[in-house]
Design a protein. Structure first.
Ligand code: ADP
Ligand code: MG
Length: 272
């Protein structure tokens, strides 16, 4: 049997690809047989790891690419990288470390949750991202709830983004509780972002008791972090919700930046 066929049978596609390039290098540099084999297999392993991460990132359905390395901790001075350390290692999954990030729009909540889920993927786990509204809508109309729950109960890490941005209709608390409870039973963490204080979740979900049960399970092994401060999106003092500006109400119309700010501001106010 030819080498090519043997490699194909064993599924060593990277070895097959790099072999012809590496043989002359090995000869020229006088590698031992062991060195040569090690190099070939290292290439195979590295390529498989890259493929796995790319596949899992696609499956996770992140809204944008974000990593902890691109998070500016100097901007978010109320947050230290060490505080997040406990969410960035394999303990996130092995210790079921859920997280609720509360804060105003633009404070980097989604960025951080995507970064944590991305690290989990790099650590060998599977992750899934969804907004609370999309999750609730999908589950409420499902004919087979158990089947519909699977994509959200199976991954090791689930991000539920934007809890509380909308009032959810009847039945929302029930389906959300199903997700939270099943994951809790299986010891799998959830990363929530919200712009609403936890006490107000019951109002949005139209069920105080279930909202309490959801928060209770999430925080049993998890943590709650609250961000204050201004929006990263509005960085550069285009507008500050917390500080009235002297010329507020007058819109300098010739400025393209102002227009951009208006869009962001509408989005931040949830009126888009
Ligand atoms: P939130 O979910 O709190 O509304 P996002 O995480 O969506 O905010 O952040 C808004 C935008 O600003 C995103 O593009 C995000 O990558 C960026 N961003 C927010 N905070 C930071 C930060 N501290 N460092 C780098 N980028 C940030
Ligand atoms: Mg967000």
């Amino acid at each position: 049997m030819s080498l090519e066929i043997l490699l194909k049978r064993l599924g060593l596609s990277t070895v097959a690809r790099v072999l012809t390039d590496l043989i002359p290098v090995a000869e020229r540099e006088d590698w031992s047989y062991a060195q040569f084999l090690e190099r070939l297999l290292s290439e195979e392993v590295a390529h498989r790891a890259e493929n796995r991460v790319a596949t899992q990132v696609a499956k996770a359905k992140f809204p944008f690419a974000a990593t902890i390395e691109t998070f500016d901790f100097t901007f978010r001075s109320d947050l230290k990288r060490q505080m997040l350390g406990r969410f960035l290692g394999p303990e996130l999954v092995s210790d079921n470390r859920s997280l609720i990030l509360e804060g105003p729009p633009g404070t980097g909540k989604t960025h951080l949750c995507v970064s944590i889920a991305y690290k989990a993927i790099q650590n060998g786990f599977a992750a899934r991202f969804i907004t609370a509204a999309a999750l609730i809508n999908e589950l409420k109309i499902a004919h087979d709830l158990n089947a519909a729950l699977k994509p959200y109960t199976q991954p090791h890490v689930l991000v539920i983004d934007e809890m509380g941005y909308l009032g959810y209709g009847p039945g929302a608390a029930d389906v959300l509780f199903q997700v939270v409870d099943q994951r809790y039973q299986q010891g799998k963490p959830i990363l929530f972002t919200t712009n609403k204080p936890l006490r107000q979740w019951g109002r949005g979900l139209h069920d105080e008791e279930l909202a309490r049960a959801i928060i209770d399970r999430t925080l049993h092994y998890g943590e709650y972090l609250k961000f204050t401060g201004s929006s990263y999106r509005l960085k550069g003092a285009k507008f500050d919700f917390d500080r009235p500006s002297p010329n507020e109400g007058t819109l300098p119309s010739e400025n393209a930046e102002t227009h951009k700010t208006d869009l962001t501001t509408s989005k931040a106010l949830g009126i888009q």
